[in-house]
Each structure stands twice: as C-alpha cells, then as structure tokens.
Design a binder for this molecule. Structure first.
Ligand code: CO
Length: 169
C-alpha cells in the first residue's frame, strides 16, 4: 500500500513537472518575440550570406534578400564530395535584363575561365570562382540598386536547377 501511495506522489510530481515545462516554453516564446522586434531596428551596412551547393546539383537557397548599398560577403560552400570537374559550382549574379539561359549557354564554352565567359563580363555584377566538393570560396561586393536580379551556377548543365532570385530592397 505504501508503494502505491509513493507511485501516486511520483506521478503527481511528474504532472507538475510537465506543467512547469509548458509554462517555461511559453516564457521562451515571449522572449523570441522580443528578439525579433529588436532585430528589425538597425540595418547593418554589412551582410554575410552563405549559400550551399551539393552533389545533387542544388543550391540550398532559391532567394537571397539584401539592402541596397550593403557590403555583401557571399560565401559559397560546396557541401558535396564530387570533384570540381564532375560537379563544379560557382555563384554568378547577373545584371538586370540579361537572359540567364543565354548566359548559361555562353558559359559552357568558357571552361578555361571557370565557366565565366570573358566577353560577357559586362553582364555580371559579381561571381565566385568554381569549386569542387568540400571547398569554400567567398566574394565581397556592394549590393546594386533596388530590384530583383538572378543568380546561377554557370557550370555546364547546372543553371536549370541551380538558379535563384537576388532581391535588393
Ligand atoms: Co553547379
């Protein structure tokens, strides 16, 4: 009988503990809300963005948002294992009005220049070098005027899967 009472006490205690946990999570929820408000206040003039490319020919971001005039540090992280020759990735930001598919078609011919066609440099705002699995590279550039731009990986055959919007607000 004593054991039974003990079990009841333990069970009651555990129920109370559960209630405590739920009230704690409510408190942390409130804290999170406060943090979001605090974050929205000052706009830093520098922003760091990491975009990953993998062995499945995919970027992990389809959209990147920055503010006009910000100094953007863009880090391209190839999280795959395949060599540059088989699954090379770069990140190329095109000027507005440049056809992504036309650019990609030209880029195929520019193997000796990291798939960046030298005669199309005027079409590019910024680009990284081409890297293989396990490698990382970064570039720094100033965010252009407000608007929507397109980015891609210009390695042959990748741009259909590896492209996205670069939105300057
Ligand atoms: Co690629």
């Amino acid at each position: 009988m004593k054991k039974l009472i003990f079990s009841f006490v333990v069970a009651t205690f555990m129920l109370t503990a559960c209630k405590d946990t739920s009230s704690t999570s409510q408190t942390s929820q409130a804290t999170t809300d406060t943090e979001e408000v605090a974050e929205a206040a000052p706009v830093s003039n520098e922003v760091e963005i990491t975009i990953e490319g993998d062995d499945a020919m995919k970027f992990n971001l389809s959209e990147i948002r920055v503010k006009e005039g910000q100094e953007v540090t863009l880090i391209l992280d190839h999280v795959g294992k395949l060599a540059k020759e088989a699954m090379g990735h770069n990140w190329v930001l095109l000027k507005q009005g440049v056809s992504l598919s036309d650019f990609a078609a030209e880029a195929i011919k520019a193997k000796d220049n990291d798939y960046i066609p030298e005669d199309r440099m005027d079409d590019i705002i910024a680009h990284t070098e081409t890297i293989g699995g396990g490698e990382e590279t970064e570039i720094v550039f100033t965010a252009p005027a407000k608007g929507t731009y397109e980015f891609l990986c210009s390695f042959p055959g990748h741009s259909a899967m590896m492209q996205g919007k670069f939105i300057v607000e």
